[in-house]
Design a binder for this molecule. Structure first.
Ligand SMILES: Cc1ncc(COP(=O)(O)O)c(C=O)c1O
Length: 402
């Protein structure tokens, strides 16, 4: 653990206030160590972490598998430049195409950038094969990232008038409403993009019949289906990819978060028929670095080797069972949502932030994506023991909520 005494702690908080750009309210906690499902702050307090870097640290904090991959790769080659091939990027792209229905992979750094790549690819496809169609339909309550185009794509009402003018060519429809999508499709539409489970939207899942109808509608109208699996991919829902549990195949898929296990990495993946970029259409200084892709490959190899999809499924089922017991006990709990290890408590009351703060005081980290939802997105290798610990703290807190 990084040793920080009280004087240094106070100094650091002062420096943070002076020099760190304000973008959100942060608690006055400085984390200094992470291991497995736990984080330690500078006072030596140990927190059970059900946020995991925002659904990112799928192997837990400072996973030895990642540390080994990072150290070995850093010693030999960090970045030869994006203009050249490198071994880890080729091997990782090859692995991802083997385990998914996708044919080609483009690596970049964040979820928003992977989604930007998906939109660019769909628009290029529209230009080449769909008479110049450019419009992307997305869903209300969705979250696709924080670049200007992804803010335009996301279905967050709060963002409607922020940073105007935003890029044009996005249209929103209601989630799980096939009629709304039918009405929205026009000769200008090149793609429909959605999350199969809206994560930031509060863990709201798409219906299976809706997704089957979406696939049929996209095929009938000759438009592309893009699934944003930034949060749902890589075992989070108990399947390697969420689309598997819906019995459909997308044309384009984006991955981030879990793909790097905490290291910045993301990917835009597509079927061969869609891959129509020409030289110079897509790129980036840090696309396909050997360091990031070596870590990503080690993470995915570990997910496969330790069957973490199945662990997420089994521990998730146990978690849901325990959360349902809380629901029976406390009438302000409306419902339990989600699957695998992307779970949420839906509340009748707007007390999610209060519960989140009380959890933090008891050294449990959970997330409140909105006023009436508590979300859990822990490492995929947790056991029922961590679930029991979480439930016992939540139970104690819920018993004081009137
Ligand atoms: C579904 C989804 N798409 C995109 C993003 C944006 O990813 P990033 O923050 O890495 O840009 C997120 C982040 O929470 C997400 O949940």
């Amino acid at each position: 653990m990084q040793n920080i005494d009280n004087t240094e702690y106070i100094e650091l908080l002062k420096k943070a206030e002076k020099s760190v750009m304000y973008v959100t309210n942060r608690p006055e906690i400085i984390f200094t160590k992470g291991e497995g499902s736990y984080l330690w702050d500078s006072n030596g307090n140990k927190y059970l972490d059900m946020i995991a870097g925002w659904a990112v640290c799928c192997l837990g904090h400072s996973s030895p598998v990642m540390v080994e991959a990072m150290t070995q790769q850093a010693k030999v080659l960090i970045n030869p430049s994006p203009a050249f091939y490198n071994k880890p990027a080729i091997e990782f792209a090859s692995l991802l195409t083997e385990i998914s229905c996708m044919d080609k992979v483009f690596f970049i750094n964040s979820g928003a950038e992977a989604n930007e790549g998906a939109i660019k690819l769909a628009r290029k496809y529209g230009q080449k094969y769909l008479n110049g169609a450019y419009e992307i339909i997305t869903t209300w309550n969705s979250f696709h990232g924080r670049t200007l185009a992804m803010m335009a794509a996301s279905g967050k009402k709060k963002w409607e008038n922020l940073f105007e003018p935003k890029p044009k060519g996005f249209k929103r429809v209601n989630y799980n409403d096939i009629e709304d999508l039918k009405q929205a499709i026009s000769k200008d539409t090149c793609a429909f993009m959605l999350e199969l489970v809206q994560g930031e939207g509060g863990v709201v899942a798409a219906d299976k019949t809706y997704i089957k109808q979406v696939r049929e509608l996209c095929d009938k109208n000759n438009i592309l289906l893009i699934v944003d699996e930034v949060q749902t991919g890589l075992g989070r829902l108990g399947h390697m990819f969420a689309y598997e549990s819906y019995g459909i195949e997308p044309d384009i898929m984006t991955l981030a978060k879990g793909i790097g296990g905490g290291f910045p990495l993301s990917a835009t993946l597509a079927k061969d028929k869609v891959c129509c970029f020409e030289a110079g259409d897509q790129g980036g200084t840090y696309c396909s670095t050997p360091l990031a892709t070596a870590v990503g490959k080690a993470v995915v190899d570990e997910i496969i080797k330790s069957d973490l999809c199945n662990n997420a499924k089994l521990v998730g089922e146990y978690f849901i069972g325990q959360l349902n017991k809380l629901k029976e006990k406390y009438s302000f709990i409306k419902e339990i949502r989600g699957s695998g290890l992307l779970l949420a408590i839906g509340l009748h009351k707007e007390v999610a932030n209060q519960i989140k703060d009380e959890c933090m005081n008891k050294f449990l980290l959970v997330n409140a994506p909105n006023d009436s939802t508590i979300r859990f997105m822990p490492p995929l290798n947790i056991s029922n023991t961590e679930v029991d610990e979480t439930i016992s703290i939540l139970d104690e807190i819920c018993s004081h909520i009137s």
